[in-house]
Design a protein around this ligand. Structure first.
Ligand code: AMP
Length: 283
């Protein structure tokens, strides 16, 4: 596995590989890797790509400087894990390499960036849109792999690809979960064993809501009320939001119109750790 820190070198590497008529798969990450991230690399390997991962903690997607500073960084460990998953090249630039000047370009994603996560993390998706556009231009992949775990981010990238005409096929990787159902996340490391067990309620509540919503008599407001009540039974978990949304615009639905584009999204906090999860209604 090759490691590159400069844009010029990774570009050169990828263009040399193209002579071998190979498809390039890009897996953007912020490091602090776990099995969830590796599942994206494995998808790329299975698709027959030459998988290229990026490891970059992107400052423009953090609206809280303390969060950015505290974000776990362990490149050596990440490299070992990436290699074991079959990754063939890693692009791990410094902040100066990615942003030699302060970027002032902004991309507007409409309601996709203002609903749900957008409300809690102002400017987050603009930062994601900018860094992913840069990565697409630097690596020029054929396929790009993103996790369902960050569902809203996936649809931001889909819009980016469609509206800026990137010649890239976007692929969604399913959510990898711990044994009791908690979605894997770099933030889980900050949870005690008992908090992790308690946090299993997040996935359980999604499953319960999904079951209800698939009934012909389902009523979204009753389901939402039930989920809020369920969280009141936990003295450590605080529900931030539970919404049934359309993946077209991420606006909360009052009534399900199209099951195929309906998703259940949740965010909750435990011990000052914010966790998100989701289920597609038909999954
Ligand atoms: P991050 O490093 O948090 O920016 O995540 C990098 C990629 O890994 C994103 O596309 C995430 O959606 C994906 N990812 C994170 N956690 C999981 C998980 N538990 N299962 C599958 N993919 C994940």
């Amino acid at each position: 596995m090759r490691l590159f820190h400069s844009q010029t070198e990774i570009r050169q590497f990828v263009s040399n590989q193209r002579y071998r008529d190979v498809k390039i798969g890009l897996i953007p990450t912020m490091g602090a890797l776990h099995e969830g991230h590796l599942s994206l690399v494995k998808m790329s390997v299975e698709a027959g790509d030459l998988p290229v991962a990026s490891v970059f903690v992107n400052p423009t997607q953090f609206n809280n400087p303390e969060d950015l500073e505290k974000y776990p960084r362990n490149l050596d460990q990440d490299l070992k894990m990436l290699e074991s998953a079959g990754c063939q090249a890693v692009f791990a630039p410094s902040v100066e390499e990615m942003y030699p000047f302060v970027p002032d370009l902004t991309i507007n994603f409409g309601s996709l960036e203002t609903e749900l996560e957008g409300k809690f993390r102002e400017g987050h998706f603009k930062g994601v849109g900018l860094v992913v556009s840069k990565l697409f231009n630097i690596v020029q992949p054929d396929h790009a792999y993103f996790g369902q775990k960050d569902l809203q981010q996936y649809y931001i990238i889909q819009k980016l690809i469609q509206q800026l005409s990137f010649p890239i096929q976007l692929r969604m990787a399913p959510i990898m979960r711990e044994a009791h159902g908690l979605a894997m996340s770099s933030r889980n490391e900050r949870l005690s064993e008992s908090d992790r067990n308690e946090a299993a309620l997040i996935y359980q509540s999604l499953q319960e809501a999904q079951k209800e919503l698939l009934k012909s008599t389902s009523d979204i407001s009753a389901v939402k009320q039930r989920i809020h009540e369920l969280f009141k039974t936990s003295d450590r978990l605080t529900l931030e939001y539970f919404e049934v949304i359309s993946t077209d615009d991420f606006k909360p639905l009052k009534k399900i119109k199209n099951k195929a584009t309906t998703a259940l999204c949740i965010a909750a906090e435990i011990g000052q750790v914010r966790l998100i999860d989701n289920l597609l209604l038909i999954s």
